[in-house]
Design a protein around this ligand. Structure first.
Ligand code: KIV
Ligand code: ZN
Length: 515
C-alpha cells in the first residue's frame, strides 16, 4: 500500500528555545536551521517574530537563507503579531504563519478573560487576516487536550472556512493519554464537515513522558503533521523528540501508514549541534541519540550482535549517522581534509576568517591530542562560532591557575572587553571556583550560578572537556558553553559565554499572554 506523507514540523528554534536557558543567537539559529534543512525537515518554525527584535532578525535571516524547507513564524491571534510574522517571512521561498489562541475553559476564563464566542471570533478573524498576507496559514487551538470537543469542532470548522490549511491540536500541558488524545483527533476529523480541506497536526509536551507516544497514536487516527524538536528540547519537560518520532515510523514501517522525507543519517550530527549550542547535554540513555543508544554492555548481547546484528538491534547506528570513535583527522591532516570532514558533518562557515580561525584551532588541538574525532571537531567549531557571534563581548586573554595540596587554589586572569584588557585574581574553594571569583571581581554581574557541568567530548584523558555554565539573573536563565583540552580554560570560556548571553534583552513569551 502506498504510504502517505507525514510532515515533520520542527520547532527547536521556537518551542525548543523556550527551555529555560536554551536561548540562541541569530547566528546560532541560522546554523541549526541549515542543519534542519539538510536533515530535510518539512517545516522549520524559526521563531516568534514579534517577541523581540532578535527573534524577528532570526526569522528573517532563516527565511532568506533556507530553500528546501518551509519557514514558519509563530504569531498570537493578533494583527500586530501576524504583521510582524509576515514581514519577517517576506524573503522566504516558502513561508508559513502559525497563529494560535487557547480554547480550553481554564485558559479562556483565567488567562484570556474572554468568553468562547469572543475566542471564536478572534480565531477566525486572525486566520482571515493572515491569509491576506500569506498563502500557508496554520492555526493552533492552544491547550486542545483540555478543550471541549464541540467547541473545538466549531472553531476548527470556522478557521478552515477562513483559509487555515493546517489545524494543530497541542497537548500544551502534556496531559493527554495516547488512546484518548488520538481518538479525539480521529473524531474531530470525522465530525468536522470541511476537515478534508486541512492537514491535522499534533504538538505534544512531555510532562508525563508521553509526548512521542501521543504523537504517534494520533498518526494512527489521521494526523499527518507532527511538531517536534531535536533532542526533545522544549518548554518544561520538552516536546516530542524528532529523532524518536522519525525512527519509530521508519523502524515500524509494518504498522505505520506514513513515511517521512527525513535523511536520518544527519540525525546524530544535528543532535550534537543543538546540544552544544544550547548547552543542554543529551542523557546517555536517551533513545536514538544518547551515547549508550547503540552500546551493548552485557556479554550475552555483545555475543548475539557479533553473530547476527538483528538479535539485539532494531535499527543500525549508521542509519542515524553514528560512527562512534572514528578517527577522522590528525596532526598531518591538511585544510582540504579538515574542510571536507566538516562539510560532511553539516558545518558551514560564514566567512574565510571563521574557517581560518577554526583551522588554526584544529592545528592547536592536534598538537595536544593525537587523534581527532568528529565530536572534537564539532566542539571546536562551536567554540569558533560562539566567538564570532559574540563579537566585541568579554573574552579570555590569559589564565593561570595554581593548585597545590594544602594551599587554597588561586586563579589569575586577563579578560578583554571592548578592546581593553583587565587583570584580576582570586583564591577559591577549588580552581574553577577561584577562576569564577576572579571573573566576578571584574564583571560584578549579580548573577547566580545554577549549574556547572563538565562532559568529556571523547574517551581518554586527553579528551576535550565541554563545560556548561547556567547563570540566572532576575528570573532570566542562560547557558554558556566552552570546550578545550584544558578543563579550566573551557570553564572560564563557558562562564564568559553565559555572561555575554545574559546581556541580551528579554523575549516575549508566547504562552504568557495568549491574546
Ligand atoms: O504548546 C503549545 O500549545 C504551543 C502553541 C503555541 C502551539 O507551543
Ligand atoms: Zn508547545
Amino acid at each position: 500500500m502506498k504510504k502517505q506523507k507525514l510532515i515533520i514540523f520542527d520547532t527547536t528554534l521556537r518551542d525548543g528555545e523556550q527551555s529555560p536557558g536554551a536561548s540562541m543567537t541569530r547566528d546560532e539559529k541560522l546554523r541549526v536551521a541549515k542543519a534542519l534543512e539538510k536533515l530535510r525537515v518539512d517545516v522549520i518554525e524559526a521563531g516568534f517574530a514579534v517577541s523581540s527584535p532578535g527573534d524577528f532578525a532570526s526569522v528573517k535571516a532563516i527565511a532568506e537563507t533556507i530553500k528546501d524547507s518551509t519557514v514558519c513564524s509563530l504569531a498570537r491571534a493578533k494583527n500586530q503579531d501576524i504583521d510582524s510574522a509576515a514581514e519577517a517571512l517576506k524573503g522566504a521561498s516558502s513561508g508559513r504563519i502559525h497563529t494560535f489562541i487557547a480554547t480550553s475553559p481554564i485558559h479562556m476564563k483565567y488567562k484570556l478573560q474572554m468568553n468562547p464566542d469572543q475566542v471564536f471570533e478572534q480565531a477566525v478573524s486572525a486566520v482571515k487576516y493572515a491569509r491576506n498576507l500569506i498563502d500557508d496559514v496554520e492555526f493552533s487551538l492552544e491547550d486542545a487536550s483540555r478543550s471541549d470537543f464541540d467547541f473545538m469542532c466549531r472553531v476548527i470548522e470556522g478557521v478552515i472556512g477562513a483559509g487555515a490549511k493546517t489545524i494543530n491540536l497541542p497537548d500544551t500541558v502534556g496531559y493527554g493519554f495516547p488512546e484518548e488524545y488520538a481518538n479525539t483527533i480521529g473524531r474531530l476529523i470525522e465530525s468536522i464537515p470541511n476537515s478534508d480541506k486541512a492537514i491535522f497536526s499534533v504538538h505534544c509536551h512531555n510532562d508525563l513522558g508521553l509526548a512521542v507516544s501521543n504523537s504517534l497514536a494520533a498518526v494512527m487516527k489521521g494526523a499527518r503533521q507532527i511538531e517536534c524538536t531535536i533532542n526533545g528540547l522544549g518548554e518544561r519537560a520538552g516536546n516530542a523528540a524528532l529523532e524518536e518520532v522519525v525512527m519509530a515510523v521508519r523502524t515500524r514501517k509494518d504498522i505505520f501508514p506514513v513515511e517521512t522525507r527525513i535523511e536520518t543519517i544527519h540525525i546524530t550530527s544535528t543532535s550534537r549541534l543543538v546540544s552544544s549550542i544550547t548547552g543542554f547535554p543529551v542523557q546517555p540513555n536517551k533513545a536514538i541519540v544518547g551515547a549508550n543508544a547503540f552500546a551493548h554492555e552485557s556479554g550475552i548481547h555483545q555475543d548475539g550482535v557479533l553473530k547476527f546484528r538483528e538479535t539485539y538491534e532494531i535499527m543500525s547506528a549508521q542509519d542515524v549517522g553514528l560512527q562512534t570513535n572514528k578517527i577522522v583527522l590528525g596532526k598531518l591532516s591538511g585544510r582540504a581534509a579538515f574542510a571536507a570532514r566538516l562539510e560532511e558533518l553539516g558545518t558551514h562557515f560564514e566567512s574565510k576568517t571563521e574557517m581560518n580561525e577554526a583551522f588554526a584551532k584544529f592545528k592547536d588541538l592536534a598538537d595536544k591530542k593525537r587523534e581527532i574525532y568528529d565530536e572534537d571537531l564539532q566542539a571546536l567549531v562551536s567554540e569558533v562560532q560562539l566567538d564570532e557571534s559574540n563579537g566585541d563581548q568579554i573574552t579570555l586573554e590569559a589564565l593561570e591557575v595554581i593548585s597545590k595540596t594544602g594551599r587554597p587554589p588561586s586563579a589569575t586572569l586577563t579578560l578583554k572587553y571592548k578592546g581593553e584588557s583587565y587583570d584580576s585574581s582570586s583564591e577559591g574553594d577549588g580552581p574553577v571556583d577561584a577562576a569564577f571569583k576572579a571573573i566576578e571581581k571584574l564583571a560584578k554581574s549579580d548573577t547566580e550560578l545554577k549549574l556547572y557541568s563538565v562532559n568529556a567530548v571523547t574517551a581518554g584523558t586527553d579528551s576535550q572537556g565541554e563545560v556548561t555554565v547556567r547563570l540566572e539573573k532576575g528570573g532570566r536563565i542562560v547557558n554558556g558553553q566552552g570546550a578545550d583540552t584544558d578543563v579550566l580554560v573551557a570553564s572560564v570560556r563557558a562562564y564568559l559565554h553565559a555572561l555575554n548571553l545574559i546581556q541580551n534583552p528579554d523575549r516575549l513569551h508566547p504562552q504568557l499572554d495568549g491574546i
